[in-house]
Write a protein that binds this ligand. Sequence first.
Ligand code: GDP
Length: 139
Amino acid sequence: MVTNRTFTMIKPDAVAQGHIGAILEKINAAGFKIVAMKYTQLSQRDAEAFYAVHAARPFFGELVAFMTRGPIVAAVLEKDNAVADFRTLIGATNPAEAAEGTLRKLFATSVGENAVHGSDSDANAAIEAAFHFSGREIF
Ligand code: GDP
């Protein structure tokens, strides 16, 4: 994957609360183009693999339970400086610390249930996109 792309998920909390449309609108308004997207649900195995880097963290069980509890929207987004700009758009991990107007400030309820995922590096964006999409599903 080229470096002007990032990977996102609208997490089960935001999907369940009916925020898909509002979040996609803000993503588009911020200049991101959607180049892949699907409505899906993570299995236990999927979530454990996706978040394997956090396996030793005390909140890992909670994170896997949360991310598997309902459907998500997974997408690949394109924009110059996509990874960093999308991290700015989503805001801090903890919505209490997220800047005004960020997606987590607007839609998240807690540090765990924080509405939106955004890749933290170009390398992880490529790995995460490939986890969810085949080459022919990304445009
Ligand atoms: P991110 O890059 O901002 O998503 O944050 P991290 O990579 O540090 O954590 C990954 C995800 O794990 C977060 O987005 C949260 O959903 C979850 N998480 C992080 N810290 C905590 C915590 O203290 N408790 C719980 N329950 N979940 C957490």
